[in-house]
Design a protein around this ligand. Structure first.
Ligand SMILES: [Zn+2]
Length: 437
């Protein structure tokens, strides 16, 4: 059995940092524990058992001021702190790292053994003191954040830490960010915030939040490391694992889907057929429509089940009011609740569409990157081994300049959609640029 960090692929440095912090956090809990030590007596010079300590002050008692690592020249501040930001490109494992660290903090043995109840329930998403915020729409709102901050301030029921994991913290609204900032500025003693974001650029995380957090940068894992994990963890055949890891361009979740899901492979094949299909203006518009519609279909399939379950659950809850005194009031609120749910579901569908479209654009960018590296005779392995011949033909036809212009057209399309240009308009412009060169 492996420990909680086993799935964090190719992130050795981050794992060392997090392990050290977990050990330090466990030491804090021991220091803060009242006279329940095995000898039955309070440790001499031990921390005040009344609780309510400031975590940083405790960290200094345990670790020494400003340094938890006793090796000279080592990274100072390796101890525990209240707020962390995990950064890295999509698929590098930001949320995997945050969950693993949460498990390590809740580990009964202190460092993330992987099989105690603390580790187990955290990784399974059922630990009472670990809250996970996964934004479903395009942003995390202020009400959601306020409720979360409030609950996070309560005493951990398991006696260890209250942990809040915020995936995609770059999708916080400004107001939600301010609510979070207040909590991070004056954190309850046992509360830990783990934020995940693409980077610490001010567009992603406000400067003030960032200044209160410790940063754990994750790298894009190598294709070799990803392939190794697919073989070890998921039992995928080595040749399939290697192909999927390369095609996913360092995105671990995407590599796993490509290796295991035939539909994901078909969608990718359709995207990679685009360069061949661009034979004229009409074909370019057709290709744009096909790409958009495929993203919509993929998104619709991914949210349909959850949408239906939510609607059924809400209707049951509303219908269960019966004839009691509160029933009339409940019915008055019902229309509003249904409307709220529809709004949330629409927002989630939009997000799913954008994510699906972005994956397609990343695949397409990989193809033109292959053409470019071939035109330059650069000694790098192709992203898409199965379309390498086609990319080679493109390289001959377009030369390096033409391949670069096409790669840029794809990247500009991604940037435009990110900047809220209507996807169809951005994709049509891209297809025309890919056809004309
Ligand atoms: Zn454990």
């Amino acid at each position: 059995m492996t420990d909680v960090f086993a799935d964090l692929v190719g992130q050795d440095e981050a794992v060392v940092t997090l392990r050290r912090a977990a050990a330090s956090a466990a030491a804090l809990l021991r220091a803060a524990a009242p006279a329940v030590s095995r000898t039955g007596a309070p440790a001499a010079g031990g921390a005040d058992p009344d609780g309510g300590h400031d975590l940083d002050a405790l960290a200094e008692q345990v670790d020494g001021p400003g340094a938890a690592d006793d090796r000279p020249g080592a990274d100072p501040g390796a101890g525990m702190t209240h707020a962390w930001i995990f950064t890295g490109p999509p698929g590098s494992g930001r949320s995997v790292a945050a969950r693993a660290f949460a498990a390590a903090l809740q580990c009964v043995h202190g460092t993330g053994c992987g099989h105690c109840p603390g580790c187990h329930t955290t990784l399974a998403g059922t630990h009472a003191d670990v809250r996970l915020v996964v934004p479903e729409g395009l942003s995390i709102g202020v009400n959601e954040m306020r409720a979360l901050v409030l609950r996070a301030a309560s005493t951990p029921s398991g006696g260890r830490w209250q942990i809040v994991i915020i995936e995609d913290a770059d999708r916080l609204t400004e107001a939600a960010g301010n609510a979070l900032l207040k909590a991070i500025e004056e954190p309850p003693p046992r509360t830990v915030f783990l934020l995940c974001a693409p980077s610490t650029h001010p567009d992603d995380i406000s400067v003030t939040i960032r200044s209160r957090c410790r940063i754990v940068p994750l790298r894009q894992p190598s294709a070799g490391a990803v392939a190794e994990m697919l073989v070890r963890r998921d039992g995928i055949a080595p040749d399939v694992a290697e192909w999927a890891a390369a095609a996913a361009q360092g995105h671990v979740g995407r590599a796993r889907r490509l290796a295991r899901d035939p539909e994901a492979r078909q969608r990718r094949d359709a995207v990679l057929a685009v360069p061949r299909r661009l034979t004229g203006v009409g074909a370019a518009f057709d290709a744009a429509s096909a790409l958009i519609e495929a993203a919509e279909a993929e998104a619709a399939a991914s949210v349909a089940e959850v949408d239906e379950a939510e609607r059924a659950a809400l209707q049951t809850a509303l219908g269960a009011g019966g004839t009691g005194r509160g029933a009339a009031g409940a019915m008055r609120g019902a229309a509003g609740q249904l409307k709220d749910l529809e709004k949330r579901q629409k927002s989630r569908a939009t997000r799913a569409q954008r994510d699906a479209l972005d994956r397609a654009l990343v695949d397409l960018a990989g193809f033109y990157r292959d053409a470019l590296t071939m035109a330059l005779r650069a000694p790098v392995a192709p992203v898409h081994t199965d379309t390498a011949a086609l990319a080679g033909a493109g390289a001959q036809k377009w030369d390096a300049d033409g391949a670069l212009r096409r790669l840029e057209a794809v990247l500009e399309c991604r940037a435009a959609i990110e900047a809220n240009v209507k996807p169809r308009i951005a994709v049509e412009a891209m297809m025309l640029a890919l056809w004309k060169g």
